[in-house]
Design a protein around this ligand. Structure first.
Ligand SMILES: NC(=O)c1ccc[n+]([C@@H]2O[C@H](COP(=O)([O-])OP(=O)(O)OC[C@H]3O[C@@H](n4cnc5c(N)ncnc54)[C@H](O)[C@@H]3O)[C@@H](O)[C@H]2O)c1
Length: 604
């Protein structure tokens, strides 16, 4: 660390653009940005509110870089050189020497506007001013200066050293060249910039917070437990964290502020903060930082949760014994599900519309087992034993003695009701009848039988042998003992069951598809590009796929149907399928399966 006056002796071959960067506010974000900029070889002028805060900020920077050395992300020599490029003080006038000022003070509009007015007075005309705001209007901050064309947003993600994404936010007045320079600066810091317009939440939070809000509302309506909502999204979508755990990490007060800002602009009820957020915030339960939010933590700041006393399992009746299982269908899901049960040692009757189709499905299953053997996940003996447990048949009458039937036939209510009516006549009393439907009401299958208490939904995910999640869907008529049977069975076949009610989308699709739909709307509004939105969600949230990649894999027609079912069920205007999605489906662009969806796969 060195005094500001010694900067004059710095070598002149500083990197461009923005060889000298000032960072105002060296808290969580500012300290991270200062270190990243210094690491890129730039001279950094850090400014804090007062002397004491500056001393604390300096200590924070020293500690963070020492930690980086300990973790071998930085050598001791690099750390010394990096620290020598940073000055920290409490005099705002020091920013006059900077080519770029990055503001990272607390999220208050007036504070930021006053600061920008001051920066505008202090800095020479060429200096670019960037705000680190998450949810405030960049345009309104820019309006406090006489150089709105040189003002933009640089939205880094926490922790700055680990998160590669930077949203470069342009207001309508920002000079495109300045935005391009800012993007180049982000790249020079080893980051990946995406372009965004000035709208509450930008790309990442705009898509993320609506989803988090729906998850909070889902919990609030007691549709599912917090653990089940979180497990469903982790295991069903491969997300790094469940939405309620993530809200606790972000801070419920922050989440509420972001949602308020989004609602103010969009007037979309789906952005209006779920009442539970307000209640928890008022009670001082802000999430991890206060030791309690949706979950309880061992201590404030701890990531370790403590289990709540009452559990859903208490008072549940014992389930029925399930030995042999029937699977109806010959498609991907039916074969995958048959594999799951047979691998766990259950005799499986695999029923298709003909003996030939059933044999083909078994051959498909055999190929899947062969692949597992080739990968060393299964021995040849295990494969043979598993295959030996599967009896293919074209006759439903062979289901008479099984303990549980799972249907995975076409997603068509008439077809499913006809099947359930037939099963009702054939299968022995006391057997559980389950549907794998993803979008039809389970109760409509149940009422096709004379024993609706024995009917339940078991929503597996594709590919069934690999995906751990099963949504266990009880209707208003399902017997508690039947729910218990299925929950026990799932655990026994090494799946993770989550419980939910019989409403459109269950947990996963009800939270996933509105988010995908929002992404399509964002694209249709020319707010950001397909690539930028996908990159932003992958890098900003750690999602395995961006929304457009996922839509192209799932199929645009399938996605549209699910969105229509959700809209039909909840009548929420914000859930209406994006017209762009409808147009693409009408044009036959259904995603990977047709070679073209949001991306052209044929040309790749
Ligand atoms: N924390 C996050 O996860 C995150 C992520 C992305 C963006 N942001 C945004 O980044 C900005 C900074 O957030 P943070 O989490 O780093 O806040 P923070 O509270 O950790 O840090 C703010 C710092 O600004 C200093 N400060 C206050 N007034 C000042 C002034 N007038 N001059 C100089 N310094 C002043 C404070 O002393 C404090 O050190 C906010 O706009 C926030 O919305 C935060």
């Amino acid at each position: 660390m060195q005094a500001p006056e010694s900067q004059a002796s710095e070598p002149q071959d500083l990197p461009t653009p923005f060889p000298t960067v000032a960072v105002v506010g060296l808290g969580t974000m500012g300290a991270g940005v200062a270190v990243a900029a210094a690491r890129s070889g730039r001279r950094v002028i850090g400014v804090e509110a007062d002397g004491a805060a500056a001393a604390r900020a300096l200590a924070r920077i020293e500690e963070a870089t020492a930690h980086a050395v300990a973790r071998e992300r930085l050598t001791a020599g690099e750390r010394t050189a990096l620290l020598a490029r940073i000055t920290v003080g409490a005099e705002l006038s020091a920013v006059a020497a900077a080519d770029l000022v990055v503001e990272e003070v607390p999220e208050q509009l007036e504070l930021k506007r006053e600061l920008f007015a001051e920066l505008d007075r202090i800095c020479p005309p060429h200096t670019v001013l960037a705000t680190g705001t998450t949810s405030l209007s960049v345009t309104r901050i820019a309006a406090a200066t006489a150089r709105p064309e040189r003002v933009l947003g640089l939205h880094f993600f926490n922790p700055v050293h680990a998160m590669k994404l930077v949203e470069v936010v342009r207001s309508v007045l920002t000079d495109p060249q300045v935005a391009e320079q800012a993007a180049e600066f982000a790249r020079a810091l080893g980051k990946e910039p995406v372009a965004a317009g000035d709208r509450a939440g930008f790309v990442v939070n705009g898509l993320l917070f609506a989803y988090l809000n729906q998850a909070a509302a889902m919990f609030e309506s007691r549709y599912a437990t917090r653990e089940d909502i979180d497990a469903a999204m982790r295991l069903g979508c491969g997300l790094p964290m469940g939405p309620l755990a993530l809200l606790d990490l972000i801070g419920l007060d922050t989440a509420r502020t972001v949602l308020e800002a989004m609602y103010e602009q969009s007037r979309d009820r789906l952005h209006a903060p779920a009442p539970i957020l307000g209640q928890l915030v008022s009670a001082g339960l802000l999430g991890r930082k206060s030791g309690r939010g949706f979950y309880r933590y061992e201590a404030p700041g701890s990531s370790k949760t403590v289990p709540e006393a009452a559990s859903a399992a208490a008072g549940r009746p014992a389930g029925r014994t399930v030995g042999s299982v029937g699977v109806c269908g010959s498609g991907t899901m039916a074969t995958g599900i048959a594999e799951v049960f047979a691998k766990a040692g259950h005799p499986v009757v695999l029923v298709a519309r003909s003996q030939e189709k059933a044999e083909k499905a078994k051959a498909q299953l055999a190929r899947s087992l062969d692949r597992s053997v080739a990968k060393g996940r299964l021995t040849a003996e295990q494969r043979d034993r598993t295959l030996g447990l599967v009896t293919p048949t074209g006759s439903q009458a062979d289901l008479a003695q099984v303990d549980l039937v799972l249907e995975a036939v076409a997603e068509d209510l008439a077809v499913k009701r006809e099947l359930f009516a037939a099963l009702d006549k054939i299968v022995k009393p006391g057997a559980v009848l389950a549907t794998t439907t993803s979008s039809l009401p389970v109760i409509s299958c149940a009422t096709a039988t004379s024993r609706p208490q024995d009917v339940i939904g078991m929503h597996f995910f594709n590919p069934a042998p690999a995906m751990k999640l099963v949504e266990v869907v009880s209707t208003v008529l399902t017997a508690p003992e039947v729910t218990a049977t299925v929950l026990e069975l799932c655990a026994e076949v090494r799946k993770h069951p989550v419980e939910c009610g019989d409403r459109a989308g269950f947990i996963v699709n009800a939270l996933l598809f509105p988010y995908l739909n929002d992404a399509v709307r964002m694209l249709a509004e020319h707010y950001a590009t397909v690539d930028d939105i996908d990159t932003a969600m992958k890098l900003g949230c750690g999602y395995p796929m961006g929304p457009f990649e996922l839509l192209d894999v799932v199929g645009l027609d399938v996605s549209l149907t699910i969105e229509q079912v959700l809209h039909q069920e909840f009548r929420e205007p914000g859930l209406a399928a994006a017209p762009l999605l409808e147009h693409l489906v009408a044009a036959g662009c259904l995603g990977r399966k047709t070679g073209r969806g949001f991306r052209d796969h044929a040309r790749r």
